[in-house]
Design a protein around this ligand. Structure first.
Ligand SMILES: N[C@@H](CCC(=O)N[C@@H](CS)C(=O)NCC(=O)O)C(=O)O
Length: 204
């Protein structure tokens, strides 16, 4: 049995999308940052960092977005969320997800200029490709979730990061992404007005 601990619009949005792409049954455990539910003794016993996401796999906690995405892609190969038969493709997935987790995710702590620089690198690295690795993969999900958050945080000028913007539009057209937005909106609390209305941007 899979159980996802998530806070609407946060890092957990990525594994939540992957679960809906795969279509596997899972239990939802929404948590509230405002109510400090990620800091409760019960949750800290599951994830001592007090962060989301956590995926319980038959009661065994798995943390970190990249690891959860990798686990889901590997466990449900029919969904074709990783290029398994291609070692170079799989290594490129790890390369991208390491870059996303270690460089894009914490970028805003280092200021606007640094943030623009590293997202510019991501935009150029993506280029005009439809999907990051060629076929759609967990890398697209991970990248989308970070750009989605960035849109909420920065007032990006028109035409900035054009490849990421086009990728974002393709992601928003996917039924699994729309379904995940609807589920996270239905949780209700702590979602910013613009998210509740549009479902296209993430909280900072
Ligand atoms: N490296 C972790 C980062 C997870 C993370 O930063 N989660 C944030 C939400 S976006 C969180 O739970 N923050 C709550 C806190 O730090 O108290 C991952 O990739 O899963």
């Amino acid at each position: 049995m899979l159980t996802l601990y998530f806070a609407p619009g946060s890092s957990s949005f990525a594994p939540h999308i992957a679960l809906n792409e795969i279509g596997v049954p899972y239990e939802q455990r929404p948590l509230s940052f405002d109510k400090k539910e990620t800091r409760s003794p019960a949750y800290l016993a599951i994830n001592p960092e007090g962060k989301v996401p956590t995926l319980l796999i038959d009661a065994r906690p798995l943390t970190e977005v990249a690891a959860i995405l990798f686990y889901l892609a590997r466990t449900y190969p029919a969904a074709q969320l990783l290029p398994f038969s291609d070692p170079e493709g799989e290594a490129r997935a790890i390369s991208w997800m390491s870059f996303i987790a270690s460089t894009l995710h914490p970028a805003r702590n280092k200021g606007i200029e640094h943030t623009r620089n590293v997202y510019d690198i991501a935009d150029k690295r993506l280029g005009t490709k439809e999907w990051v690795l060629g076929p759609y993969s967990i890398v697209d999900i991970h990248l989308f979730r970070l750009y989605w958050r960035l849109m909420a945080a920065l007032d990006l000028p028109q035409g900035a990061l054009p490849n990421l913007a086009a990728h974002h539009a393709r992601m928003m057209a996917r039924p699994a992404v729309q379904r995940t937005c609807a589920i996270e909106k239905s949780v209700g609390y702590e979602m910013p007005e613009w998210f509740a209305g549009q479902g296209t941007r993430a909280p900072a």
